[in-house]
Design a protein around this ligand. Structure first.
Ligand SMILES: CC(C)(COP(=O)(O)OP(=O)(O)OC[C@H]1O[C@@H](n2cnc3c(N)ncnc32)[C@H](O)[C@@H]1OP(=O)(O)O)[C@@H](O)C(=O)NCCC(=O)NCCS
Length: 193
């Protein structure tokens, strides 16, 4: 049975908050914005991923994460990109990172591309949905009106996750093996403090 218990105060309108989650397997994880010190743990976690989950995330095989890419991943550009991790309840740098979701605003537009990877060690316990919701909150709070992503057409888990959050799917213009999923977001009033 899937039970994902949130023990932090009721959800606020601060997408950058840290949220404590207790997974059905007994793990406690913190959902928090990525930190530059997460670079090494993320590189380490990548080593433990299977080829299939890497292919589904990056849409092609990737052997290792380059330093440039890692730096881009952990150093978000205020207002333009956001990334949230699910990590051990330890300070960034010491905490193992089990999942990461990020979005990047399309230059000069009110749309953003999302990407997500929940490691098989912690998947199937509600983290994917929780992380996507954090991206959606951040996007709404930062004036983004449309979230989109490219998903392999055999990626049932991501397709179902996206549909469960209200995304629509269409054929991708990138490749016949990809689906283009989009979610239109309602504008929200200024974030409460
Ligand atoms: C897709 C992925 C993010 C899902 O993460 P997750 O933490 O396992 O997802 P959740 O546990 O939050 O599940 C949320 C919903 O997704 C769907 N889902 C998840 N896994 C599924 C599976 N194996 N089969 C069918 N639906 C599935 C379900 O609708 C589920 O809701 P439910 O449990 O109420 O039925 C994860 O499997 C992953 O990272 N895969 C590899 C990388 C990838 O595919 N990235 C997406 C491209 S950007």
């Amino acid at each position: 049975m899937k039970t994902l218990r949130r023990t932090s105060p009721r959800p606020s309108h601060r997408p950058e908050r840290t949220e404590v989650m207790h997974l059905a397997d007994g793990r406690e994880l913190w959902l928090r914005p990525v930190h530059p010190a997460d670079a090494a743990p993320i590189a380490g976690a990548f080593e433990l991923l299977g080829d299939d989950e890497i292919r589904k995330r990056y849409l092609h095989p990737v052997k290792a994460l380059s330093l440039d890419y890692l730096m881009q991943l952990v150093n978000i550009v205020p207002g333009e990109s956001f990334a949230v991790v699910a990590a051990e309840p330890l300070p960034p740098g010491e905490a193992l990172v089990g999942a990461l979701a990020r979005l990047t605003r399309d230059p000069g537009k009110d749309s953003a591309e999302f990407a997500i990877l929940v490691s098989h060690f912690v998947s199937g316990q509600g983290l994917g949905k929780a992380l996507m919701r954090r991206l959606m909150e951040w996007a709404q709070a930062h004036g983004i009106r449309r979230l989109w992503g490219e998903v392999m057409d055999d990626n049932t888990a991501m397709i179902e996750l996206a549909l469960s959050l209200g995304f629509r799917r269409a054929t991708s213009q990138e490749s016949p093996n990809l689906l283009h999923v989009t979610l239109d977001l309602e504008p929200v009033r200024a974030a409460r403090r």
